[in-house]
Every structure is written in structure tokens, then in C-alpha cells.
Write a protein that binds this ligand. Structure first.
Ligand code: NDP
Length: 296
């Protein structure tokens, strides 16, 4: 392997410690405790694990954690009423509604009912617009984590060719906006892209957010490129369950300059950035300066 490993687990631990230090100061100097409310509707096993991890890490960072677990058949109106109560609660600075929601609930309606200032997932249409116009927004956690790792590894990103494979609203599009904000020349590839290999091979920064196991192979990577693998795919190999990314790690690592592994790359950064966003929301709500290095 020629590439440097970008250790997301270690970097996320550093981000969490930095957040915790800021939270301790907020409490000491201003008597403030940032609060994160997480709402889970139903009993999706993966969502339950995410919500539990979020709660544990929120508390470990010294923040207040509020969990709201609702039955799967909760009427949309009841969920909207809960969101309204959380919007009005001064102890809550961040609100996250765990997705996916059950089919009878209009996800866009619920997300857009969250106060944009408390929308720590960055999915509210106002935050999407603010990010798209280069204004101060709440930024989606996974792309924010990728940006932090890229800045940490490369310093300035200005002028670099960045290719983002995937155009979802939660990863691909905000990732592209953030890279544009850091003055990269950005290409977004998707399922209709012609000659994906040729497009990827131009990238100094290659971000894969596709959801297809190991589809980006070493021959698609520019020598020396920085490769960020957002994909989380559960596969079975040699009779064992495994977690792999969208990038074929072995062949890409032989060519790239640096690469994130799966697991232990982007994944741990997502919750760390959720904590960072909650801290940022608390600072903004109280007219205090935002913590350096934890926002876009
Ligand atoms: P989506 O399914 O919403 O989007 C996938 C994108 O990949 C689409 O834009 C699609 O194109 C594109 N795509 C699909 N097939 C191809 C192909 N053959 N060539 C090029 N592009 C293709 O996924 P998400 O963005 O939600 O997630 C992407 C991956 O990231 C998943 O593995 C997910 O599990 C992971 N993830 C990881 C997170 C983390 O914390 N690390 C957080 C969120 C997601 P089109 O639009 O044309 O259909």
C-alpha cells in the first residue's frame, strides 16, 4: 500500500474531545449546556443503534441528550407537534429526526418543520439554500466530516480538481457545495455519467458516495489523489459478513496518495460532526463566537 491512511476514528476522537472542551468552557463561563434532541419513530434496528450511539456520545461530550422514541404508527400530526415543542424548548439547541421515517409520514414536511437554527442534520430547505449560496448554514454531518478530514490532510483545497461520485441530497450534493466553497473545481458524477473511470481519473480529490460495494477501483484513481470513501456496504465474503466501502481499498490504496478506510474512515466523523453542529447551534443561539475548525 502506497497511500497514507486517513484515520477517521482518531480524527473523530480529536473532534469529540475538542467539542467536549468547548462545552466545558460554555458551562463554566456562561452557564450554558448544549442540548441535542433525537427523535426516533419506529423500531428499525439500524436506526436504534445509531440513536443509542448518538445519545452516548452526546452525554460523553458533556451535552444534554433528549431521546424521544415514538411508536411506528405515530400520526404525522403528533410528530409535528413534538417538533414544535422542541423548537420552542430553550434547553434544546439541536434537533435530529432519525431517517428513514415510516411511509405514512411526509419526511420533507417534518424536516422543514424543524427550526433551521436547530437543524443539526442540515437537511432543512433553508440550510440547503444557505449552503448553496455560500452563506452561514447548518451543514450536513457526513460531508462536513469529509471536508474536515480533507482540510486536515491537504491544507488548502483551492484549485484542486474534485470529483464527487453520487448526487444525493444528504451526501453528494452538499459535499460538492462544500468543495466549491473551498474553491475546488468540482465535478459531480452519477449513474448516468458517461465514462466514469475517465472522470474519476482527473480527480485530485475523489469522494465516493454511491452505495455500491468496491465499485471504484485503482485504475480509476489518479496517482497521488486523496480518496474519501463514504460508502458503507454490508457484504458477505468467504462466508463472513463484512463492511466495505464504495472504493476497492486494496487497488485504490496502491495508487492514491491518501485514502480513508471502511470501517474507521468517514463513519466515525458523522456523529462527531453532529456534536460539533449542536455546539455551533448553541453558540449561535446565544450570540457567542463559533468554535474554530468545527464548522465549514
Ligand atoms: P443514495 O442511494 O441516495 O445515492 C447514491 C448515488 O450514487 C446516486 O446519486 C446515484 O446516481 C449514484 N450512483 C448509483 N450507481 C452509480 C453508478 N454505477 N455510477 C455512478 N453513480 C452511481 O446514497 P447516499 O448518498 O445516501 O449514500 C451513499 C453511500 O454512503 C451509501 O453506501 C451509504 O450507506 C453511505 N453513507 C455513509 C454515511 C456515513 O456516515 N459514513 C452517511 C450517509 C451515507 P443517480 O442519482 O443517478 O441515481
Amino acid at each position: 500500500m502506497a497511500a497514507t491512511l486517513i484515520d477517521g476514528k482518531a480524527f473523530a476522537a480529536w473532534v469529540r474531545a475538542d467539542v467536549a472542551a468547548h462545552v466545558a468552557r460554555l458551562r463554566e463561563v456562561h452557564g450554558l449546556v448544549p442540548g441535542l434532541a433525537v427523535v426516533l419513530v419506529g423500531q428499525d434496528p439500524a436506526s436504534q443503534v445509531y440513536v443509542r450511539n448518538k445519545g452516548v456520545q452526546t452525554t460523553e461530550a458533556g451535552m444534554a441528550s433528549f431521546e424521544h422514541k415514538l411508536p411506528v404508527d405515530t400520526p404525522e400530526a403528533d410528530l409535528l407537534a413534538l417538533v414544535a415543542r422542541l423548537n420552542a424548548d430553550p434547553a434544546v439547541h439541536g434537533i435530529l429526526v432519525q431517517l428513514p421515517l415510516p411511509k405514512h409520514i411526509d419526511t420533507d414536511l417534518v424536516i422543514n418543520a424543524i427550526d433551521p437554527a436547530k437543524d443539526v442534520d442540515g437537511f432543512h430547505i433553508s440550510n440547503v439554500g444557505l449552503l448553496g449560496t455560500g452563506q452561514k448554514a447548518m451543514v450536513p454531518c457526513t460531508p462536513l466530516g469529509c471536508l474536515m478530514m480533507l482540510r486536515d490532510h491537504l491544507g488548502s483545497l483551492s484549485g484542486l480538481n474534485a470529483v464527487v461520485v453520487g448526487r444525493s441530497n444528504i451526501v453528494g450534493k452538499p459535499m460538492a457545495q462544500l468543495l466549491l466553497g473551498d474553491s475546488c473545481t468540482v465535478t459531480i458524477a452519477h449513474s448516468r455519467t458517461r465514462d466514469l473511470a475517465e472522470v474519476c481519473a482527473r480527480a485530485d480529490i475523489l469522494v465516493a458516495a454511491v452505495g455500491r460495494p468496491e465499485m471504484i477501483t485503482g485504475d480509476m484513481v489518479k496517482p497521488g489523489a486523496t480518496v474519501i470513501d463514504v460508502g458503507i456496504n454490508r457484504i458477505e465474503r468467504d462466508g463472513r459478513a463484512r463492511l466495505v466501502g464504495d472504493v476497492d481499498f486494496a487497488s485504490a490504496a496502491a495508487v492514491a496518495g491518501a485514502i480513508t478506510p471502511v470501517p474507521g474512515g468517514v463513519g466515525p466523523m458523522t456523529i462527531a460532526c453532529l456534536l460539533a453542529n449542536t455546539l455551533t447551534a448553541c453558540c449561535r443561539a446565544n450570540g457567542l463566537p463559533e468554535p474554530d475548525g468545527l464548522t465549514a
